[in-house]
Ligand binder design. Structure first.
Ligand SMILES: [Zn+2]
Length: 301
């Protein structure tokens, strides 16, 4: 069992990732690195960038996940969705793009433009290892000139870390019946390595049996959910998760930290961080175990 020291605040963001990357220990997690000679320090760094774009520093390897890199207001709102007249991203990146792009590998859970945008396609180094859910997404990304695109499996290993693809559905059955082609296929990812917290990134999915099964199977210590409650015009409910699903995960994984991401950055995401904070209070969830990071904020586990 590794220590679960948690650093909060944007001020430690860069620091936490840098520390994790070089195997040093942070002052508030004295037992995290007993042996400075090993790069494998047991540290997992999470950083919220913006929308679903996050960085995970796992055992010294930095994964950039679902990069949407454009400047504020670069794109028209998603057609047919709520607030489609509003341009997105709603906010700027919280740090210089060069800093965001500083990674060892990229993971694209699906190719919707708020997870893999024109700016990312244009700007990211073509030779970085890039993991996708299937051959169709791989082919599309290879067409942009990326040369090391790999399809994730249930037992992919990268730099000694096990990456496992998990299932999901980008909307309920009604949404899939009406807009299934546009919503497409999605994946989540589980990160595992002995001596490290297991991290489950669910991706753009609603709460369903696939999510429950992934939690049961992998028993994650950290669960990252996309909880912006994105909505399509004319459909009930959301095509991703929302505050109620934060509570579901909290109950389904009583030992895990649960992180809410994918909020306040695209036009059709209808629940805010404040909505989540209010819900955390109203349901009596432990705020130490349910985290709603601001853009740029980071934690180490
Ligand atoms: Zn999304």
């Amino acid at each position: 069992m590794t220590h679960r020291t948690l650093l909060r605040g944007a001020a430690v963001a860069t620091l936490a990732l840098a520390l994790a990357a070089c195997g040093a220990t942070s002052p508030t997690s004295p037992a995290a690195t007993p042996d400075a000679s090993t790069e494998d320090a047991g540290t997992v760094g999470f950083q919220q960038i913006r929308n679903a774009t996050i960085k995970l520093d796992y055992a010294g390897t930095t994964f950039l996940i679902d990069p949407m890199l454009a400047a504020k207001d670069a794109y028209p709102g998603f057609e047919g969705t709520y607030n489609s007249e509003v341009r997105y991203p709603l906010v700027e990146l919280p740090m210089p793009m060069s800093e965001v792009m500083d990674a060892d590998a990229i993971i694209v859970t699906h190719t919707h433009a708020d997870h893999w945008d024109d700016e990312a396609r244009r700007s990211l180094p073509r030779n970085l290892p890039l993991f996708v859910q299937n051959e169709a997404d791989a082919e599309s990304i290879r067409q942009d000139g990326f040369t090391d695109v790999r399809v994730l499996t249930r037992d992919t290993v990268f730099n000694g870390t096990q990456l496992s693809i998990t299932g999901g559905q980008h909307g309920d059955d009604q949404a899939m019946a009406v807009a299934g082609e546009a919503l497409g296929q999605v994946m989540g990812v589980v990160f595992q390595r002995p001596g490290h917290e297991t991290v489950y990134l669910a991706g753009d999915t609603i709460w369903n049996a696939q999510v429950e099964d992934s939690i049961q199977q992998y028993q994650p210590d950290v669960i990252v959910l996309n909880t912006g409650y994105a909505r399509i015009q004319g459909l009930d409910g959301s095509i991703i998760m929302g505050k109620d699903d934060l509570y579901r995960a909290y109950q389904a994984a009583p030992q895990a930290k649960v992180i809410g991401s994918h909020m306040e950055a695209v036009n059709h995401a209808m629940q805010t961080r404040q909505d989540l904070h209010d819900h955390i209070k109203a349901t009596g969830m432990d705020p130490e175990r349910v985290l709603v990071p601001a853009d740029g904020e980071s934690y180490t586990f």
